[in-house]
Design a protein around this ligand. Structure first.
Ligand SMILES: Nc1nc2c(ncn2[C@@H]2O[C@H](COP(=O)(O)OP(=O)(O)O)[C@@H](O)[C@H]2O)c(=O)[nH]1
Ligand SMILES: [Mg+2]
Length: 224
């Protein structure tokens, strides 16, 4: 008989609608790419049972928080519940919005700032965050775009609220390029994502407070 307790790991994925979040999850959950699906549901929940992590079997519970729902209380509560988060953005969109001098547009900065604000205000302290570029297969000039994006993201993140970004140490980069179509980079990301989440899972629970919660408490203390 198997006496092993079932371990469930809560993961959250945020990012603008169309970034590629649902496709990323489906690549691992169903080992396939479902092209041209309409994945615009507000909060999508996906459970991956018996996922192999460090030789053990765990269940991954993933909350896919679509761009449209980013201000809803429900979406924010999923950010709070997750033990580790992915912030996804679309790679080919960056290539598309590049200006003639090859500089990347402000549009990525707005996205990253918006989501790091939400994560900072609503996640538990030190929640690991992975920045993930999706749809790598659609990038025409990867050799040029990827290092440029990496540099750009490092600059952008200096201006954002400080969240616990986990670097892509294998590639010496700040972000993880992936393709749900080819599967490139996806397994490695999920291994690291769930592994980081499992490390902080034990201390995860009602005792952990979000930063906005702590801010409110500090304000109360300072008050009369
Ligand atoms: N070529 C390609 N298309 C992708 C990839 N990931 C997502 N897409 C497409 O991009 C669109 C938006 O993806 P979706 O996963 O629904 O994004 P979400 O709104 O962030 O969940 C869909 O038409 C997907 O088929 C990828 O890795 N490669
Ligand atoms: Mg989706």
């Amino acid at each position: 008989m198997d006496n092993e307790q079932e371990v469930a790991i809560k993961l959250g994925i945020v990012g603008n609608q169309g970034a590629g979040k649902t496709s990323l999850i489906l690549r691992v959950a169903e080992k396939k790419f479902c092209g041209n699906q309409n994945c615009g549901v507000a909060v999508d929940f996906r459970s991956i049972r018996d996922y192999k992590l460090n030789g053990k079997r765990v269940n991954l519970n993933i909350f896919d928080i679509a761009g449209l729902a980013r201000n809803s209380d429900l979406a924010l509560s999923f950010i709070k519940d997750a033990s580790a988060l992915v912030l996804a953005f679309s790679l080919p969109e960056q290539e598309y919005y590049e200006n003639q001098e090859g500089q990347l547009s402000e549009q990525l900065e707005v996205q990253i700032q918006n989501w790091t604000d939400k994560i900072y205000d609503n996640s538990s302290e030190n929640t690991p965050v992975f920045i993930v570029g999706c749809k790598l297969d659609l990038v025409k000039d990867q050799k040029r775009l990827i290092p440029a994006l990496d540099e750009n993201l490092q600059e952008i993140l200096k201006k954002c609220k400080k969240v616990n970004i986990i670097n892509n140490s294998d590639k010496n980069m700040i972000f993880f390029p992936t393709s749900a179509l080819s599967g490139n980079g996806v397994d490695k990301l999920f291994q690291k994502w769930s592994s980081e989440a499992s490390k902080i899972k034990k201390s995860h629970g009602s005792t952990l407070k979000t930063k906005s919660h702590l801010k409110k408490e500090n304000q109360k203390e300072q008050c009369c």
